[in-house]
Design a binder for this molecule. Structure first.
Ligand code: NAD
Ligand code: MG
Length: 367
């Protein structure tokens, strides 16, 4: 796992990617720590991109930290439905109107939607400019801001247009979570439990013990889960930046989850909620084939439920779910590939599961 360092009022996790390596600064009140940002801005031009919900909360603080730079700002409408090429045009327009050149830095201030859009524009404006992530949702802090996947949706598919573009740093200010709606907060916990399930049994056990503190947003608990999650993600990304193998483990619960999201039109269910159910289903299937114990499945389901996340899909037939899961199959070409568990803390990407057991799991969850 990457090293831990304490050099500001928090911790630093390093993402080790040779010449594209970068730090994730984690701490409370980091938005005010101007020097952390300044050391990662090579030029004089900075464009901050955020949305209309986050702007009134945090934009002024970030702009104050960036005083002295040739500063621009773009405030996007809020929502996944705006994660489109059309929205990127507004950012390209602002960059061109303000005469921004190849030494410019884009700062994405917000959740995963703002981060993905801003990163994509940074990857493509004049063939690539500098990029900094300032995540403000739990999901963005522990997942989307780390790892360099950027992109937008196409009307026919989510994240269909994108690029790998690593940020120069991630500024993870845990204080921004104080304003996050409860449902969004819990959705982020799903991806945190995921790290425990795929490769970090000790973290899973810690979550079992300390969940109440996490849900109460205790500052020390938040620091710990964010640092531990970033370390886990950094470890996977460093091993497999472009997802030719191991990085696919991060998709635990996602094939089931995408089926739920597609069935419900990406509106009723948050991504983390769908992934939560998906992880229960993956654990159930794993246990039913004897890859892990029934007890391990029960612990998985219990932790997810205790986090206030759903453990059952919406009313759907097993056949409908399976059909929707096949969309992911098309993406990989060939047989359906799933991330399954060989115990809590150990996942595999595999096509070698028992198809009848999958049918039984789908029936169990949709009965
Ligand atoms: P989001 O960006 O839509 O944010 C959720 C809501 O919270 C929004 O309404 C937002 O305006 C609001 N918000 C953000 N910060 C806030 C704060 N501090 N206080 C109050 N409200 C706040 O959703 P998300 O869950 O952060 O991200 C989801 C997106 O991330 C999806 O588009 C998904 O595809 C993407 N994603 C990308 C990666 C990746 O590796 N790049 C990984 C996972 C998810
Ligand atoms: Mg996810």
């Amino acid at each position: 796992m990457p090293n831990r360092q304490t050099n500001h009022s928090g911790h630093t996790v390093h993402v080790d990617l040779k010449d594209r390596s970068y730090p994730i600064y984690i701490g409370q009140g980091l938005l005010e720590k101007a020097e952390l940002l300044h050391r990662h801005i090579p030029g004089t031009q900075v464009l901050v991109v955020t949305n209309e919900t986050v702007a009134p909360l945090y934009l002024e603080r970030v702009c104050a930290a960036l005083a002295g730079f040739d500063l621009g700002r773009v405030i996007l409408p809020d929502g996944e439905q705006h994660k489109t090429l059309e929205t990127t045009t507004r950012i390209y327009d602002a960059l061109i109107d303000q005469g921004f050149n190849r030494s410019a830095t884009l700062v994405g201030l917000g959740g995963g939607v703002v981060g993905d859009i801003t990163g994509f524009v940074a990857a493509t404006y004049q063939r690539g400019v500098h990029f900094i992530q300032i995540p403000t949702t739990l999901l963005a802090l522990v997942d989307s801001a780390v790892g360099g996947k950027t992109g937008v949706n196409h009307p026919r598919g989510k994240n269909m247009i994108g690029a790998f573009h690593q940020p120069r740093c991630v500024l993870a200010d845990t204080a921004t979570l104080s304003t996050l709606p409860e449902r969004e907060f819990r959705a982020g916990i799903a991806e945190i439990i995921k790290y425990g399930l795929i490769q970090d049994y000790a973290f899973f056990q810690w979550l079992e013990r300390q969940l109440a503190q996490v849900l109460a947003r205790d500052p020390a608990a938040l620091m710990y889960i964010i640092e531990q999650s970033c370390r886990n993600k950094a470890y996977v990304v460093a091993a497999d930046e472009r997802e030719s193998g191991q990085r696919a483990l991060l998709n635990l619960g996602h094939t089931f989850g995408h089926a739920i999201e597609t069935a419900t039109g990406y509106r009723e269910w948050l991504h983390g909620e769908a992934v939560a159910v998906g992880m229960c289903m993956a654990a159930h299937l794993s246990a039913s084939m004897g890859w892990m114990t029934a007890k391990a499945f029960e612990r998985t389901e219990a932790l997810i439920q205790a986090a206030g996340l759903p453990v059952l899909p919406p009313p759907l037939s097993p056949g409908a779910l399976r059909k929707l899961m096949a969309i992911d199959k098309k993406a990989t070409g060939g047989r359906l590939r799933l991330v399954l568990l060989e115990g809590i803390g150990s996942a595999v990407v595999t096509e070698a599961f028992d198809d009848q057991a999958l049918t039984a799991t789908l029936e169990h969850f949709t009965a």
